[in-house]
Design a protein around this ligand. Structure first.
Ligand code: PPS
Length: 273
């Protein structure tokens, strides 16, 4: 994250607002989806209606807690390796709308159980962000899609329609964990960056959870160590009850069984093993 001060200023401001916000007052609804009033405004959505992308823009789509900061870091390193230019964010780099046809889009997914657990910890660990009464309460809201940025499953159902589009590249968090260098190579190839094996190895070393967590205060400010919390696959086993497992398994089946995305998420390996 190059232009750190603006990036961190934005996060700090959102945290400052969160301090005075009760969970029951956290959301405003835009087109049926809850967004946190501490980070999004209806004016931003309105302004984005007339947003025009440049043909070489890169767009990343992610449900919260699926690894968006991980991918942003990798993209920055790839751009730096290719062009020797450190990308400077003029603003906080999250766009909520726009015409996806104009971009090459990376979409990162993570299994829904670990995503929910990461999301719960973020709310309840960061002192200034409104907490849920318990994991069970968060789980109920997550399953109803009544959390910030709405339903994981609706997000997944919508992206399932676009996975095979030419301008879309799917990345799975768990695959990246399994083989970071291979994932970085695929991302580089998708964007047409021609890097040496050595450059890919260097970026891999800088993109491990430990390396990013060590720099998290510098890159993300006070929230850094909470954002880069654990970075593991299977942490859901520490919180999910048997009933919650069954409920999530049934929801996955209902929404994604037999779909292209359903297969790509490797649910049996990461959520049932
Ligand atoms: N390098 C690397 N390796 C492995 N895992 C990583 C990495 N970087 C971020 N993470 C984990 O991604 C989770 C946060 O996701 P996001 O960055 O999408 O969060 S946010 O929605 O922008 O708040 C959060 O997951 P949990 O640790 O399970 O909470 C981060 O730790």
């Amino acid at each position: 994250m190059a232009n750190k001060s603006k990036f961190i200023d934005y996060i700090d401001e959102a945290l400052e607002k969160s301090k005075e916000t009760a969970l029951s007052h956290l959301f405003f609804i835009h087109q049926g989806i809850p967004y946190p009033i501490t980070m999004c405004t209806s004016e931003t959505f309105q302004a984005l209606d007339t947003f025009e992308a440049r043909s070489d823009d890169i767009v990343l789509a992610s449900y919260p807690k699926c690894g968006s900061n991980w991918i942003l870091h990798i993209i920055n390193e790839l751009i730096f390796a290719e062009s020797k230019k450190k990308y400077e964010y003029p603003e906080f780099p999250i766009l909520e709308c726009g015409d996806p046809e104009k971009y090459e889009i990376l979409v990162i997914f993570r299994n829904p159980k670990d995503t929910a657990v990461s999301f719960f910890h973020f709310h309840n660990d960061v002192p200034d962000i409104p907490s849920y009464g318990s994991w069970d309460e968060f789980f109920r809201q997550f399953m109803k899609g009544q959390v910030s940025w709405g339903s994981y499953f609706d997000f997944a159902i919508n992206w399932n329609k676009h996975l095979d589009d030419e301008n879309v590249k799917f990345i799975l968090y768990e695959d990246l964990k399994e083989n970071l260098a291979a994932g970085i190579k695929q991302i580089a190839e998708f964007f047409g960056f021609s890097l040496t094996g050595e450059q890919i190895q260097t970026i891999s070393a800088q993109s491990t959870f430990q390396a990013m967590r060590a720099k998290s205060q510098e890159t993300h400010g006070a929230v850094g160590p909470f954002l880069f919390r654990k970075g593991e696959v299977g942490d859901w086993k520490n919180l999910f009850s048997e009933t919650q497992n069954q409920e999530m398994d049934a929801k996955f089946k209902e929404c994604l069984a037999g779909t292209s995305l359903g297969a790509k998420l490797k649910y049996e390996s990461y959520c049932q093993a």
